[in-house]
Structures are given as C-alpha cells and as structure tokens.
Ligand binder design. Structure first.
Ligand SMILES: Cc1cc2nc3c(=O)[nH]c(=O)nc-3n(C[C@H](O)[C@H](O)[C@H](O)COP(=O)(O)OP(=O)(O)OC[C@H]3O[C@@H](n4cnc5c(N)ncnc54)[C@H](O)[C@@H]3O)c2cc1C
Length: 460
C-alpha cells in the first residue's frame, strides 16, 4: 500500500498496557472443553486485531485464549526470515502516518528501528523504458488531477454509485483521448488499485476512499513488522494450529469448535479476515443477522501481492520508489517498485501487483512471475541486467486464512456496512479486524484499534 494522497488530520487513540501486566494463567497445552469455562473469552485469530483484543482483556484480568489456524502468529503481518540477515515483510510493511499512531507507540516500546520512505522519492519510467521527463511528468500530474476532480465531482452530485473506472473514463471522454493520454490516465487508475487493492472496475466511485485521518511520515521496519506482533503476544495464551470451524452461541455463552477441540467461553472475539467470512468456511449458529451478512457479501476483499527479487548487485537508482507506466494492454502490470536496498543494505527490489493482475498471477508458477517482472526491469534497465539470485512471492488471495490482502469498498458498499460488520451479536459474539474499522480499514492501526474496541465491549 503506497499512500498516494495525504488525508486530513489524525486522531488515533493509543491503548498500551505493559506486556508483563498481561500474563494469563493458562498456557497452551491443548485442551478439551473441560479446561474452558464460560468465564473465559476466546479470541479467534492471532493477527494484530486478535492480539490487541487479547492483551486488553488479559491486562484486565480476563482469562483469554487465542485460537489461531496457522502455525505462526501475526496473520497479515508476516516477516520472512528465509534470507538470513534480511528479514522481509510479506504482508504489511508500513506504519501509515506515524503521528499519534498507536503502532508507532508500540514500535517505540519494542525498540524497533524504523526507516522513513518518501512517496515523492521516485524515478518514473515510460512504456519504452525511458525516464519520464519534466513535461511528461507535468502531463501525468494533470491527468491525475483531472481524475481526482472527476471522482470528487461525482461524489458530490451523483445519486447512484458506479465504478471508479466508469466515472473517470466518462468524465474524461475516454474515446476521444489519444493512446498516450489513455496510457497516462490508466497508470493513475492503477495507483488507486495499488492503494486500495480493489479493481477500478469494481471499486466504488462514491466510497473508494476512506475518511481516515492519517498524519505524519510513513515508516517501515528493517527488522520486520513481527517485532510489533511479538511484543503484543508476549505472555498470552495462544494455541496455534487450531482452525476454527464453527461458533455456536446461546444466551449463556459460546462454544467454539476447531479441527482439534471444542472450547466453551462467555464471549468470543472473531477477527476472521473479510475474505474468510465471505468464504463461509466458519459456521455461525444461530446464523448471523441480515445486516452483517449483507456487509460481508457487499464489501470487497482486494489483492496486493509482493514479489521480492534479490540480485547480485544494485543496478537501479537510489530513490525509494520506481514506477513504470506500461502500455495500455499491460494495464496494472509491475507499475510500482520499492527499493529495499536502503532499509536492508542488500540488493533487493520489491515489485507490487494489485487487484486483477495481482490475482491473475497467483495462478502462475514462480518462474513465470519472475520472468514477467524481469521483462519490465529489462525494458527499463536493459537486457544485460543480472538475473535475480532468489525471489520471494506472495499469493494472498489463495491463502485460506486470509483470502485476500485487505478489504475495500466495492460498488454498493457503504461506510455503515463497516459498523454492521463490527457489531456484536447477542452480546456474546464480537467482531474485530481491519475490515471492521470504519475509517482506518486496510491498515494495521485500524485492525489494532478494532481489537481494543471489541475487548472493551466485553470488559469496559
Ligand atoms: C501484502 C500486504 C501489504 C500490506 N501493507 C500494509 C502496510 O504497509 N501498512 C498497513 O497498515 N497495512 C498493510 N496491510 C494490511 C494489514 O496487514 C492488515 O490490515 C492487518 O494486518 C490485518 O490484521 P487483522 O488482525 O485484521 O487480520 P489478520 O492479520 O489476517 O488476522 C486474522 C487471523 O485469523 C486467522 N484465521 C483465519 N481463519 C481462521 C480460522 N478459521 N481459525 C482460526 N484462525 C483463523 C489468520 O490466520 C490470522 O492470523 C497489508 C496487507 C497485505 C496482505
């Protein structure tokens, strides 16, 4: 996620308790329902929202157990240690806007080193691989402004939602544009996909943007985002390898059934990603209320995939970002790259692919994805650049415990649907996760705050 626009003023609450204060009595030994009770709280999912909820509860003396499907914690925060000495984030990388951001406070507490990346530090390339010159940069900027203006005008006047692409193409009189101008407009459209993860063919022109308050610089973690989830997880009772299959509720509490065991509790905090809720792989009994089902079905789960390439030497410029404007028929392919050399000191590039193309390549072999990436890099830097010595590639949409990268507002979505997704059911089943945060969905800090909110529903 590259923050294309800087949104207005921030007010993000910070809720931190000391790790030492948050130990709970029971640690993971694997148990049957006999070891659980209705005085307990179960948290489903050990991503940032689940860990935040569990810490808040444990810090207030609640007996809380986290059930996690994977054999690791962190969820969509996932630092790979595959390349010794070069931890790489396969999920979230940035704290978006460090001012008054609770994740920045956690980073300070974890003494995690951060590095600022500057969205303005960028080298941009044309379809033929030549660098964008000043006049072309101005033309690109003009089209971006016209695109934003077209969407803003639509948001202010229209009485019916439509796709971002439809509105922009209509307002700019698409069929009258030259091939070059179409290419520039399309590059700008893909920036929306890179940021929001949905296809511009499906993203709501009314609500593609949140009213999130983000202020301050963007920073990433050279040592990995796992430092934040590790800090939160310290001392908590977390059972990994427990795939939750069903959640039964009655007036006295809940029963959570995993592939291995059954747990009784007074409350459950469900942090399943939107994509997992959409898949129906977890059964709720009684079924979820209509407003929540509508929200699950209508909100979109988007895709942003990463492809790290490690080279023997650096052959790219010393800017934080590189962007590539592809020909129209290669819309959305390898348009955004970040230079990982500065944070890691290693010759590593990271290419992003979002939305439709990001989803398409999940069906490709690693070799085909690397070939495709190298096609773009060779267009820019020449055919004699070295081959990568290794790669790391994500496939978030195919991941059964994520089923996408983060949520977006698909046509027909409304901000109120985030509240419907967040609403507790029967005062027993509580919901958290990035998709439930009305303003800061798609982000780590939004997910974190949603976990605190769900925990407060139970204890405060
Ligand atoms: C490629 C990528 C890049 C991103 N970049 C950024 C960024 O730079 N900055 C930013 O702020 N945000 C970014 N995000 C978004 C951010 O990662 C998420 O918003 C946040 O981590 C979501 O946290 P969560 O707790 O809501 O969900 P998750 O982290 O997905 O946690 C949910 C947990 O539930 C578990 N689970 C799923 N199904 C089951 C089941 N049946 N039983 C038990 N457990 C289950 C999952 O394994 C997971 O651990 C990015 C995401 C991706 C994928």
């Amino acid at each position: 996620m590259r923050r294309r626009r800087f949104l207005q003023s921030a007010s993000l609450g910070v809720a931190l308790t000391s790790p030492a204060a948050c130990r709970v009595g029971r640690t993971g030994t694997g148990s049957t329902s006999s070891s659980s009770g209705r005085d307990k709280v179960i948290v489903v999912g050990a991503g940032i929202s689940g860990l935040a909820a569990a810490r808040h509860l444990a810090g207030r003396g609640v007996d809380v157990v986290v059930l996690e499907a994977r054999n690791r914690i962190g969820g969509r925060i996932w630092t790979s240690e595959k390349w010794a000495g070069t931890p790489l984030d396969l999920g979230a990388s940035w704290i978006h806007g460090i001012d008054n951001n609770p994740i920045a406070a956690l980073a300070a507490k974890a003494e995690a080193r951060t590095v600022v990346t500057d969205p303005e530090s960028s080298t941009d390339y044309l379809p033929d691989g030549n660098e964008v010159d000043d006049a072309q940069a101005e033309a690109l900027g003009d089209w971006q402004t016209k695109t934003e203006d077209a969407l803003a005008a639509y948001q202010n006047k229209a009485d019916k939602d439509a796709s971002v692409r439809g509105i922009v193409e209509g307002a700019l009189n698409w069929s009258s544009l030259s091939g070059t101008d179409k290419t520039l407009v399309s590059f700008g459209l893909n920036e929306y996909e890179q940021e929001y993860s949905g296809s511009v063919n499906q993203m709501s022109a009314w609500y593609f943007d949140s009213d999130a308050d983000i202020k301050g610089k963007d920073v990433l973690f050279p040592g990995g985002y796992h430092q934040i989830t590790d800090l939160l997880a310290r001392g908590l009772s977390i059972r990994t390898g427990h795939v939750v299959k069903r959640i039964d509720r009655d007036s006295g509490g809940v029963t959570v059934t995993t592939g291995k065991d059954t747990f009784d509790a007074g409350h459950v905090v469900v942090t399943l990603p939107l994509g997992v809720l959409q898949s129906g792989s977890v059964t709720f009994s009684p079924g979820l209320p209509k407003a929540k089902r509508t929200a699950i079905a209508t909100l979109g789960m988007g895709v942003l995939n990463k492809c790290y390439l490690r080279f023997p030497t650096v052959f790219w410029p010393d800017t934080d970002w590189m962007t590539y404007i592809p020909e129209l028929e290669r819309f959305g392919q390898w348009e955004q790259w970040i230079n990982i050399t500065r944070p890691t000191g290693k010759p590593v590039l990271l290419g992003f692919n979002a939305a439709d193309f990001g989803r398409t390549i999940e069906g490709w072999s690693d070799a085909r994805i690397v070939d495709s990436a190298m096609g773009t890099l060779k267009t820019i830097f020449g055919s004699d650049i070295p081959a990568p010595v290794d790669h790391q590639i994500t496939r978030w949409a195919s991941d059964p415990y994520a089923r996408g990268s983060y949520s977006y507002n698909k046509i027909g979505s409304t901000p109120a649907m985030r509240d419907h997704l967040a609403a507790s059911v029967g005062k027993r089943v509580h919901f958290a996760g990035e998709a439930t945060h009305r303003a800061s969905y798609q982000t780590v800090h939004g997910a974190y705050l949603s976990g605190i909110r769900a925990a407060k529903e139970i204890v405060d």
